[in-house]
Write a protein that binds this ligand. Structure first.
Ligand code: CMC
Length: 441
């Protein structure tokens, strides 16, 4: 493949030339340039012109869409939302403002922020009939199973916001999803511990209200700790969006068929659940408990390096980051702050730090650029805050909802949007005649 510049009426058009070495035939493909990041070869006409498909399982080299929401430079460990570095947002902003930014493209004025928060707050309650859905689940159901079910079921309750061709209905659906996720998540937890559901309180801030619904009981007054509320808000910011990851791509692919937004977000939650994605935070904690003591770290490092052992060091590695995950840097610091503030000495944190230290010195991890990711530290903070392990991925889904919704909206509004329909390299049997059972050998 060679690169070139081609003068056209519209100006200079970059192209790459692809040559089929079998026939000597060449094709020129346009190259698209974004505001940041690698150029992109536009292969939309590739099949029509060459009669061949491109092959890219796992989409390691494929841009599936154009997007102006989030940018990641994996080599440098950079994450920007609408151009703003995640470290600055985590330090100086709050989750509601980040939601506004992701959805609207700009930071809000004080009035815009206040109106936005009011708009979200207005939708925090859940249709009362939805509470019966919870009772249909087994008491020991994983809360992510409940999340997939309840969020999918929203489509059966909010018919006035499922017409995706209406911008107002899209907006209402977006607000409803962001507003109701804490309520749905807290109810999933309350159901699992056999406590009464707690209704949202609209005088509380987003993260504060979530902690209130999670931990308060009708029998007692409950005051949310401002330190915990701030830590939770920061965790929400750090998980708000992450470009075209598996769950976001799932939301986009589901939405590309014009499915309603509640169904699309339920699909995203299902994808997030996997341990290679959002389920990793839960897996990290299980792994740390399994390791148990610093002395056993070398044994687990050996297992992670053994190709015959399926064990992986959970919370390490990332498809895009080949450097420290910037979200992990913020959380690492936050972890110490929360534990100090609460006066908790968590042996798991010490174990995690030692594991990190040893792994970062090991050639296997260094050569493969396997650094701690966001999930490595989030579980430690969450467990110190008294959040049960099974709720970790639920919290991730709650925070990521705004990213899913922003990306879904961007896709619906993109004039070049088409139903997602990948092709394949077929390696099965060629056409053959059906053999009646009596004649099969
Ligand atoms: N422990 C041990 N080896 C690893 C690990 C790990 N955690 N991650 C990658 N490797 C090795 C892998 O075996 C391969 O080695 P080799 O080249 O010798 O075959 C090499 O590193 C490249 O790995 P890969 O599987 O080709 O990389 P990927 O981009 O397909 O996978 C990943 C990325 C995140 C799924 C993977 O690193 C992983 O399974 N990590 C553990 C799970 C985890 O922490 N996931 C959370 C990701 S961040 C939050 C989110 O996205 O939700």
């Amino acid at each position: 493949m060679s690169q070139g510049e081609d003068a056209t009426a519209a100006g200079v058009r970059n192209t790459v030339t692809m040559t089929d070495n079998r026939t000597g035939q060449s094709w020129e493909m346009p190259v698209m340039t974004g505001s940041l990041g690698p150029d992109v070869v536009d292969v939309r006409r590739f099949y029509a012109e060459t009669g061949m498909f491109t092959y890219d399982p796992g989409f390691t080299s494929t841009s599936a869409c154009e997007s102006s929401i989030t940018f990641i430079d994996g080599d440098e460990g950079v994450l920007l939302h609408r151009g703003y570095p995640i470290e600055q947002l985590a330090e100086q902003s709050d989750f509601m403002e980040v939601c506004y930014l992701l959805l609207n493209g700009e930071l809000p004025s004080a009035e815009e922020k206040s109106n936005f928060e009011k708009g979200i707050t207005y939708h925090t309650m859940l249709h009362e009939q939805l509470s019966y859905f919870y009772r249909g689940f087994r008491r020991d159901a994983h809360p992510m199973a409940i999340m997939v079910g309840i969020v999918g079921a929203l489509s059966a309750f909010y018919h006035d916001s499922t017409d995706i061709s209406d911008p107002q209905q899209r907006l209402v659906a977006s607000y409803r999803l962001i507003a109701k996720m804490p309520t749905i998540a807290a109810m999933a937890y309350k159901f699992s511990v056999g406590q009464p559901f707690v209704y949202p309180r609209n005088d509380l801030k987003y993260a504060e209200n979530f902690l209130y619904m999670l931990f308060s009981v009708p029998a007692e007054d409950y005051k949310v700790s401002p330190v915990l509320a701030r830590a939770m808000d920061r965790i929400f910011i750090l998980h708000a969006d992450h470009e075209q990851n598996a769950s976001t791509s799932t939301v986009r692919i589901s939405g590309s068929s014009a499915a309603n937004p509640f169904a699309c977000i339920a699909a995203g939650i299902a994808s997030l659940w996997g341990p290679a994605h959002g389920g990793a935070n839960e897996a990290v904690l299980r792994m740390l408990h399994e390791i148990g003591h610093k002395n056993r770290i070398p044994e687990f490092i050996l297992r992670a390096k053994d190709k015959d052992d399926p064990f992986r060091l959970m919370g390490f590695g990332h498809r895009v980051y080949k450097n420290y995950d910037p979200r992990a840097t913020v959380l690492r610091k936050s972890c110490h702050e929360v534990l100090d503030e609460m006066g908790v000495e968590d042996p798991l944190l010490e174990l995690a730090m030692e594991l990190e230290r040893i792994a970062l010195e090991d050639d296997y991890f260094v050569d493969r650029k396997l650094f701690p990711n966001v999930d490595f530290y989030s579980g430690i903070i969450l467990s110190a805050m008294g959040i049960p392990t099974s709720m970790f991925t639920v919290l991730f889904s709650l925070a990521r909802t705004v990213g899913w919704v922003a990306q879904w909206t961007e896709m619906i509004e993109d004039p070049s949007q088409k139903i997602s329909r990948p092709r394949q390299l077929y390696t099965g049997p060629k056409k053959r005649e059906y053999v009646p059972m009596a004649e099969r050998g």
